[in-house]
Write a protein that binds this ligand. Sequence first.
Ligand code: GLC
Length: 543
Amino acid sequence: MQAATSEWWKTAVIYQIYSRSFFDSNGDGFGDLQGISGKLDYLADLGVDAIWLTPVYPSPDDDYGYDTTNHCAIDPRYGSMDDFDRLLKEAHARGIKVIMDIVLAYTSDQHPWFIESRKSRDNPYHDYYLWHDPAPGGRVPNNWLSMFGGKAWEYVPELGQYYYHYFYKQQPDPNWRQPEVRRAQLEVFKFWLKRGVDGFRLDVFNLYFKDDQFRNNPPVTKENRFPGLEGIRPFAWQDHIYECDRPEMIPVLKEIRDILDEFPGSYAVGETLMPTAKKAAGYCGPDRLHQAFNFKLLECPWSARRFLQAALDFESALKDNWPNNVLGNHDRKRIAERYARNGDDARLRVAAAMLLTLRGTAFIYYGDEIGMRDVHLRRSELLDPLGKHYWPANVGRDGCRSPMQWDSSPNSGFSRSRPWLKVNSDYPARNVAAQEKDGNSLLNFYRLLIRCRKQHPALLDGDLVPLTVRPKKVLAYLRRNRDETIMVILNFSRRAEKLQLEADSGGSKWEVMVSTHGRTSIDGVHKMSVLNGDEVLVLLKSG
Ligand code: GLC
């Protein structure tokens, strides 16, 4: 399908690069912009339409780049602004768009605004952040907690006041109600758009505003308990209604959208904190964001029924807006870690086929295309503040951030010297070079699926029509537009299953487009009675 230029993101495969772990071009053990430029041909071969770079701005690294001191500059460890411009140009020359991670819900405590803000109560920057007098007895102003552990308030004795931080105390939250803060934050979008970037991933955008009366959060109830906060206690015991999803957010989304619309074709996807399908959908629309993550696929156990339900719930919540499908990112255990059985990639093919054939923009997390596993660290090796605080209930997120496994040379070909984070020891066998040579590798399977997606408009714009199928460990659906019908059959069971498709298409003829088990033809789906364990089939109706 030729997407209208301004809607390229609907059909796109967007590849998330954890910037410091992709490729180190200068041998300092740290991934950089020139390193990413050097790997653009790999990404073009994979077939991705856009790359999303995790933050490359100057940062003291208290939260690995998400704590920024200047949103309009490049951290020298990543290179220079010239390197950035070159990367942009070279990506565009290959038809690859570039999406920046934009982090405006908090800054680093080394940000010049905060350095000024904490100098005195009458400093002109003081109200750029959320300062509050102590409650009687010197106590914290309210019951808000930091997601990264402890109270959300940090006392500064010289000022006799607390400042607020949703995450680490080195990440104070700016005051979006302060007009100059709001103006300057919005300028960041213009800065990058003028340089030619194609879009943004908005880090925890639904956290920009907090309750103006600083009311206490109520305790969480059984109904609104949020999944995925396991081990993050006592934070998980509150219902975070007063620091999250405040209504003042909506006009800001409109302002952001107006800026984006001045640069045709630009795009924004929001990282919805503690999302539900309904909440994420509510942030999308012509005067809001193009998309917002809901992460429900990512949170599913290995269950055909649960994945389908998650996809359908998002579809129905979104109405006219467009779904996005995500199975991995830098904050969660990798797909392989969650679903694969030991070294076996069979389930990863099922997951890849689902990700790339469901209706919606598909996001691939770097390294998932070769089935990278999480790296396992001892407590003393942990870097992520989340893991350091909550160990062992939650080991943090270093696991999914290990260096890309390019080849079997030392440090997995990622760097000439010791990488900033340990490389997974399975790299001599699991790496890009090995999988490029192997026609049956997971990497080549991803390439095939992406090619297929591009060649068949029904996989891009077709409706998603679930099929009634037995046994329930099999997921089957059609993608159908005016011109084409495609059937996807995914066996979530490791065992061979006798397939019963109720919406059997009788005498229709189906051409095999993708098969994990070497099928080249099929007489009729009704005749294909036995599906192999972990089988993937993508069929095109041909008569
Ligand atoms: C976002 C980022 C995460 C980071 C957090 C706080 O959720 O995705 O990596 O730790 O913000 O900085």
